[in-house]
Design a binder for this molecule. Structure first.
Ligand code: AMP
Length: 217
C-alpha cells in the first residue's frame, strides 16, 4: 500500500504525473480540484459553494475541503494506495491529513514562477474526457479539438492572469510552509518539473525507488 502526496504550483505537472503513477501502480488518483470542478459542472450544492472562489483562484474553505477529502478517502477503493494532488494546501489541512493518514512520500515538483505563467496561460482542457493540452508543448492535432474524444477544448476559468497571480501568491504564502512541515518528517522528494513529461516521471520513480518508467528503456 502506497500513500503519496504530490505537490507543486499550478502548471507544474502534478495532475499529469499523478495519472501516470496511478495507471502503473493501480493507485487511486485523488484530485481535490477535479472533484470541485465536477461539482461545478453538475451544479451541486458544493459546486455552488466553491464556484466563485475557484474562478478567482482563491482557496476554498478548509471545512469543506476536509469534508470532501474525508468522504473521498472513505470510499476505500484504494487497495494499492492513493496519490493525492492539490491537498494539503495550508497548515490546517496538513495537520488534519497527518492526524488521519501515514504518508509514505511527498513528491514536490519544482518549477520557477515564470515557467508556471508560460505553461498555465497556454493550457487547454477537454471538459468531456479530462485530457490536458498545452498550446506550446502539447498541441491537439486539430486546433481546439480533443485528440481522444473530439470534444471542443476549453480554458479553465481560473487560468487567467489575475487568478494565476492569486494562486501563485497563495502557493508561496500558504502551501510552501506545508512542505516545510513534511520536510521535518523526512518524506519530501524534490523533483525538477522543467524537463519533458517522461523524464520527470522517470526522476519521480527513481527517487521513490520504484521500477523504471519506459522512458528509461
Ligand atoms: P487545482 O486543480 O488543484 O488547481 O484546484 C483548483 C481550485 O480548487 C483551486 O484554485 C481552489 O479554488 C480549489 N482547491 C483545490 N484544492 C484545494 C485545497 N486543498 N484547499 C482549498 N482550495 C482548493
Amino acid at each position: 500500500m502506497r500513500k503519496y502526496v504530490i505537490m507543486g504550483v499550478q502548471g507544474s505537472g502534478k495532475g499529469t504525473q499523478a495519472k501516470m503513477l496511478r495507471e502503473d501502480l493501480d493507485l487511486a488518483h485523488i484530485s481535490v480540484g477535479d472533484i470541485f470542478r465536477w461539482h461545478v459542472r453538475q451544479h451541486t450544492k458544493i459546486g455552488a459553494q466553491v464556484k466563485r472562489a475557484m474562478a478567482a483562484g482563491e482557496l476554498v474553505g478548509d471545512d469543506l475541503v476536509e469534508e470532501v477529502v474525508r468522504r473521498r478517502l472513505g470510499i476505500h477503493d484504494w487497495n494499492y494506495g492513493f496519490i493525492i494532488d492539490g491537498f494539503p494546501r495550508n497548515g490546517r489541512q496538513a495537520e488534519f491529513f497527518m492526524e488521519s493518514y501515514d504518508i509514505d512520500a511527498v513528491i514536490h515538483l519544482e518549477l520557477p514562477d515564470d515557467e508556471v505563467r508560460r505553461r498555465v496561460l497556454s493550457r487547454r482542457l477537454c471538459p468531456n474526457c479530462g485530457m490536458d493540452y498545452n498550446l506550446i508543448a502539447d498541441r491537439p492535432e486539430v486546433e481546439g479539438r480533443c485528440d481522444i474524444c473530439g470534444h471542443g477544448l476549453i480554458t479553465r476559468v481560473d487560468d487567467t492572469p489575475e487568478a494565476l497571480e492569486a494562486r501563485l501568491t497563495d502557493y508561496h504564502a500558504k502551501t510552501r510552509p506545508v512542505l516545510e512541515l513534511f520536510r521535518r518528517k523526512e518524506v519530501v522528494h524534490d523533483v525538477d518539473g522543467r524537463p519533458p513529461v517522461d523524464e520527470v516521471q522517470s526522476a519521480i520513480r527513481k527517487t521513490l525507488g520504484l521500477s523504471g518508467y519506459r522512458a528509461d528503456d
